[in-house]
Design a protein around this ligand. Sequence first.
Ligand SMILES: *[C@@H]1O[C@H](CO)[C@@H](O)[C@H](O)[C@H]1NC(C)=O
Ligand SMILES: [Cu+2]
Length: 256
Amino acid sequence: MLNLLSSFLALSLAGLLFPGVRGHGYVQDVVVGSTHYTGYLPYSDPYYNPPPQRIIRKIPGNGPVTDLSLIDIQCNGYADGGEPGSAPAPMFATVPAGSQVHLNWTTWPDSHMGPMITYMAKAPSDITKWSPGNAAVWFKVTESGKTADGKWAATDILTADNSIYTFTVPPKLAPGQYIVRHEIIALHAAYTYPGAQFYPSCIQIAVTGSGNALPTSGLVSFPGAYTPTTPGIVFDAYQDTGAYPIPGPPVWTGGS
Ligand SMILES: *[C@@H]1O[C@H](CO)[C@@H](O)[C@H](O)[C@H]1NC(C)=O
Ligand SMILES: [Cu+2]
């Protein structure tokens, strides 16, 4: 009882002091090997002059995108000063093919169950100047939805892993510059469309190595890859205790 009361008080206090912190989230840190790259921090970075140099494309805040037709669905960026969404960031991380990338999410709310999905797109030129727009350039490298015993990638597994999501860059992936588009789709209101909440994050990396694998077909665009009728976009996470169909194309396995 005392415990309950004190956690209730702590939560209410946190809600009063940090009203923006209670819901939603974003990737706040990227770890490759022993190197940390702070993510784009939407509540402090814009107030620095000059702004800190990041490897993650800027986002407006910790909230979701819900309209699948907008460019915002690509990187949680919006058309801004003539930029067609997903304004490039000035830096990138160097990642050897086959190595792990750890994405540190802000504390994810328990209520926001859903899948975690990661795509990549190879930049045809300097990644710090490239925006894919509506081009079909994305391939899926990993996905996790709901396990057979009902555990969601977010929040169950993410929280058990201290809010760190880890994926491996395909070992045979051709070297070059890539955008990693990583997202959580929160399904707590996805029983209708619009309803599902998309939290994409675009991380700029340079992949090194001697691989030469690259998908040549099945590439998708954002917006475009998901529509209101794509399986998994409308899903009643409370009533439907069956398997969850993760939206988007199959995972590309040609680089493993
Ligand atoms: C995730 O990032 C936060 C903020 O920088 C930090 O406090 C926390 O220790 C990081 N978590 C891990 C497991 O590295
Ligand atoms: Cu939310």
